[in-house]
Design a protein around this ligand. Structure first.
Ligand SMILES: NC(=O)c1ccc[n+]([C@@H]2O[C@H](COP(=O)([O-])OP(=O)(O)OC[C@H]3O[C@@H](n4cnc5c(N)ncnc54)[C@H](OP(=O)(O)O)[C@@H]3O)[C@@H](O)[C@H]2O)c1
Length: 252
């Protein structure tokens, strides 16, 4: 095994990833499986999870468990955790990746239902899953939790206020969980900037200078999340906890 392979080795680790069926989650799921991990692919649409799980198993030879779950509903999260431990007996890395930021035309049209849905998925679900899995990780002697946040939490604009606030809460939660689950379990924020996933289909990209404010002057390809995710998932980050790792093209 080469030096880099060893550094990022995840052989026989188990990685549970929410929102693993599409976008950044799908990229991270393939990446950890390629590094040797078995994976749990969890999102609302079971058929999509199943299709991705089959692809991962065929391409990497690792086991992949598909699971249909709404991450914003606490009563469904126990089932996800139980199914994962029943199948694999452990979780080494939890990636709280599922998230969404619905559009609205003006602030007074943001309903309580919409606000709650954004907070439920981006903040409350990750809290509950971290609580359920993190305590088991501590009991097992170690693990890594990765919370996928957004640069919107650092540079909010008027179009994403509930989402930005929820993700800012996620950043704060990361630090608290890192203290709560230390010294054996590490908890970090993986902070994404603009990536060309399904999310970007709602963006107006008709102009030529859409990302000119970023130092890299472009949006990210979904695959470009992988390096940072592997760093935080593996022992390469063994002295990193409570941190925010930005992978965002450089926000001013
Ligand atoms: N792409 C960006 O530009 C960007 C920027 C900053 C931060 N982020 C963050 O990165 C993460 C991934 O974003 P993405 O761009 O990859 O999004 P995406 O392409 O829209 O994929 C979202 C994933 O989450 C799942 N999901 C959505 N709602 C769910 C729910 N209620 N319960 C369970 N699963 C759910 C989706 O599957 P189902 O539809 O089957 O549920 C899908 O697998 C999110 O936390 C997002 O906030 C993205």
């Amino acid at each position: 095994m080469g030096y880099a392979d060893q550094l990022f080795d995840l052989t026989d680790r188990v990685v549970l990833i929410t929102g693993g069926s599409r976008g950044l989650g799908r990229e991270m799921a393939f990446a950890v499986a390629h590094c040797g991990a078995d994976v749990v692919i969890a999102s609302r649409n079971f058929e999509n999870c199943e299709a991705v799980a089959k692809e991962i198993a065929a391409e990497t030879g690792r086991s992949a468990l598909p699971y249909g779950v709404h991450v914003g509903r606490w009563d469904q999260l126990d089932g996800l955790v139980e199914a994962t431990y029943e199948r694999f007996g452990k979780v080494d890395t939890l990636i709280n990746n599922a998230g969404m930021s619905p559009l609205y035309d003006k602030l007074s049209n943001v309903t309580e239902k919409l606000f709650d849905a954004v907070v439920n998925l981006n903040l409350k679900g990750p809290f509950r899953l971290s609580a359920l899995v993190g305590e088991r990780m501590v009991a097992a002697g170690g693990g890594s939790i990765i919370n996928v946040s957004s640069t919107g939490s650092l540079r909010p604009n008027g179009g994403i206020i509930p989402y930005a606030a929820a993700k800012a809460g996620l950043n704060a939660m990361t630090e608290g969980l890192a203290q709560a689950f230390g010294p054996t379990v590490r908890v970090n924020t993986l902070m994404a900037g603009p990536y060309l996933t399904d999310v970007s289909k709602a963006w107006d990209l008709s102009g030529n200078d859409n990302f000119s404010h970023l130092h890299l002057k472009r949006a990210g390809d979904p695959h470009e999340i992988v390096g940072a995710a592997l760093f935080l998932a593996s022992d390469a980050s063994s002295f990193t906890t409570g941190s925010i790792l930005r992978t965002d093209g450089g926000i001013p």
